[in-house]
Design a protein around this ligand. Sequence first.
Ligand code: SF4
Length: 745
Amino acid sequence: MVHRDVRRICPLCEATCGLLVDLDKDGPVALRPNPDDVFSAGHACAKGLGLAATDRDPDRLRTPMVREGGRLRAATWAEAFAAVARRLPPLVAQDRRAAAVYTGNPAAHHLDHTFYLPAFLGALGTPNLFSPASLDTLPKNLATMLLYGTGLGVALPDLDRTDLVLLLGTNPLVSNGSTVCMPGFGDRLAALRARGGRVVVADPARTRTAEVADLHLPVRPNSDAHLLLGMLSVIAADGSACLGAADGLVDGADEVLGLAAPFTPEVVAPVVGIPPETIRDLARSFAAAERAVAHARIGTCTQGYGSLANWLVEVLNIVTGRLDTPGGAMFAKPPGGGPTTWPGGGKLLTGRWHSRVRGLPESLGELPAACLAEEILTPGEGQVRALVTIAGNPARSVPGSEHVEEALASLDFMLSLDTYLNETTRHADVVLPAPGLLTHGHFDLTLNHFQIRDAARWSPAALDPAPGELPEWHQLARLTGILRGDPDLTVTAFDDEVADQAIRRAAKLARRPEDVVRAAVEPRRGPERLLDLRLRSGPYGDRFGEDPSGLTLAVLEEHPDGIDYGPLRPRLPDVLRTPTGRIDVAPEVLMADVERLRAGLEADAAPDRLVMINRRQRRGMNSWLHNALPHRTDAESALLMHPDDAASRDLVDGDEVVVRSGAGQVTAELRVDDAIRPGVVSLPHGWGHDGGGLRMRRATASPGTNVNALADDLVVEPLTGIAIFSGITVEVEAHDHATVPAAAR
Ligand code: SF4
């Protein structure tokens, strides 16, 4: 029997579109956009509408796998947990640093992990925690933390009310947005232009977003900080700075403008690669617009000046009076609560410990993923010998893929919680499968911080786990018990323990007695009880009965299309969690890093280098959708090169080429295209589904090129340790001219 029109929030990306799902007992059979969803109003993309293919993928793991005689075989849950109990606790008994955990993006958006992973990590006790944050966002988190006091309290582009948007290093018409929840980005840009506004895109490639812009600035990779300094220099010289709504709360504006002053458009133009008068005009039109906002994403993060670029975007918004103003950069008020609504904060969560081998700094509780391989491969006290991966594929996400796979193969024990046997999990000793996508409820507590309207939406579980499937929080309960030496820890006891802590916290937040809070969330159990606690103690919550009109999970259940709290409203100064309660727009660590940029001006302007950037694809989500939604054509993973660069190398469209960097080399098909600026080539990321031991038949039939083999895990942005994927120096030549090692073919 098919159930129709089951509401579901798409869990795949920041747009968080509402979907209507038709499903049978085995999972979704068809999906449509939900026109009544209060947040996404009928938007959805091919990835979300392809969720049925993902969920019903015959290659998706449905039973645990255990390594025996060198090969992974299907096993029972009891066998899998017994193997973990036998091998993981002894490895960490002497030294907790012997374990590491890599948590992939999907886990950050799954309530089971949001609520129960901390208990598992506490039982493991290792400081070696890694995630894709150090592969895609850390500079933005650092800038946000230094200026506003938390890594999640990001100032969001209020696109629906602005007159001018400057987009740097982001291609939302393909990615659907990142670190901002804005379904239907393309329609919103079109509406902006229809009301007389302007869209400016700074990107080395004429992306789909750049194609719909009023102005495309084909900047050179790794030059966003230069462009922004040039703009600030003009604003400083013109005396056009004003602080707007942030006036009286900002320290250091004069200092940062003084620092920017020498970086005139003429000084930075050779690095940026666009004329100085264009930079000057842009600065003046940005400062003069009634409402304007600059927004930067991944291309500005994964580069050598990532922290500077992301800081300077905030500076530009602040000194032109855009912060906390409709049409400018505004803060969400997340219905599930979070660091920007909770009291406290004011701590700088960076540099509290360092990686063992290279001494890279911790940020927001994690070490840079670029040092994962060396922490495993380098002998000595504290060497990582056991790894847990959760919904992540570091073998294709982390730079220096060859290094990473060598490291994974050398481990004494590896446990993976995942849906596939992919390039990472093929090295595991035990793999625990995730149940179907509709077997758990969905409310994205992380992405609540990035919504461009405050809204609350809840998708309850639509199906029971299939026979043999185990909810992820049940898996975490068993694993936590094993690590604590209490293998009989029941799921109920584990849940009650986590809930006790959450009840104490919620009671404090809502200023209500614990017994009242506990009774209010009865008889719920599991993630739903914990979510109810968050909602009811959150900024719209009912404070456990005190405000009968307030938000509860029961209220959300009565609103299957969600509750809209309206456009973002000013939140200064309450949103700030800095030690002073003010905004220091000139933090010492970032001001000092400008000297590094200044010292590199000449080298960065060198014209004769060919550099590589990554690109996003509409049907891809890093690596994990490639089996359900594989390449339509091999050309999708082709190397893009400008016609002038192709001609100077005697290359033509369709050639097979070798791309070589200091870290490695790959082969790819060439696509000659003037959409990319001269001196820059581009490959998509997440591909390279090759080698033995994979169970991803459609992906391996069209494996694509592994771009991360060209990224060097030893080269990182110095302030955050984020990996550098943008601006890698490469050489490209015809395949038949090159000597290609077998591994690169
Ligand atoms: S845009 Fe993102 S959230 Fe919306 S359907 Fe596509 S993948 Fe899902």
